[in-house]
Design a protein around this ligand. Structure first.
Ligand SMILES: [Zn+2]
Length: 240
């Protein structure tokens, strides 16, 4: 639904109790709300701060209630507003260790290795996408780390889309937030396009497909609600 707060429109929906999908330009972000504050998972492209602030306000929260920003990977449509949002207050910026230097802007991230099908798609979706300004990283995480939200959110290292891509598993809620390792495209659950290591990304997708989850939330496209594990096991690779 479209929510208007202070002249800022944001398209957001509650996916499961406590978890909101924010349909930002180009990419999705997610807000998890706990009793003591909120966690933002991904930040949209540069310029999305006002939309995130409007989403927080709609939920009765202020900017300083944002405790944590988790970036699934360094790409501009996910980390693009991290620097802006990290400047609000005490939100900790959490990134997979192997992507941290790219988020900081210390070194450029490795470009994707495109298939022919991806090349055409990328020309459309990345048109006009501004680069993400460098952002401080407060916490570099590894596979198996547990973050203090949603009763314990397990970090899954899923290299391939980028070297330091991470997914978040919320086992108490049967929810998986995949980042770009998986996407929904034209009604299909697919391997996310634009990978630095395509074979690695596919292996990471298979690992996610072995989890027992009801809901899967992607960086692009609509979530799968209900037996998401089965949908992940049926994932295809239409951009090969
Ligand atoms: Zn990406």
């Amino acid at each position: 639904m479209d929510v208007g707060v202070d002249d800022v429109d944001v398209d957001m929906d509650e996916v499961v109790p406590g978890l909101h999908l924010l349909r930002l330009p180009v990419a999705n972000a997610y807000l998890w709300q706990d009793g003591d504050g909120a966690t933002l998972i991904d930040t949209g492209p540069p310029g999305s701060g006002a939309a995130v602030a409007a989403a927080l306000e709609f939920l009765g929260l202020a900017r300083q209630d944002l405790r944590r920003v988790v970036l699934t990977h360094f790409h501009d449509d996910h980390a693009g507003s991290a620097a802006e949002i990290a400047a609000w207050a005490g939100a900790r910026v959490v990134v997979g260790r192997a992507d941290a230097a790219f988020v900081r802007g210390d070194v450029p991230g490795p470009p994707p290795v495109f298939t022919a099908a991806e090349q055409a798609l990328h020309a459309v979706v990345a048109a006009g996408l501004e680069p993400a300004p460098g952002c401080r990283v407060d916490e570099e995480v590894d596979d198996g780390d547990v973050l203090d939200l949603a009763g314990g959110a397990v970090v899954l290292g899923v290299p391939g889309h980028t070297p330091g891509s991470i997914a978040l598993h919320l086992p108490r809620h049967g929810v998986l937030i995949t980042g770009d390792t998986v996407a929904e495209h034209q009604g299909q659950v697919v391997l996310g396009p634009f990978n630095t290591d395509r074979a690695g990304a596919w292996a990471s997708l298979q690992r996610l497909a072995a989890l027992d989850v009801e809901a899967a939330c992607f960086g692009h496209g609509e979530p799968v609600l209900g037996d998401a594990a089965a949908a992940l096991r049926r994932a295809t690779d239409p951009f090969a």
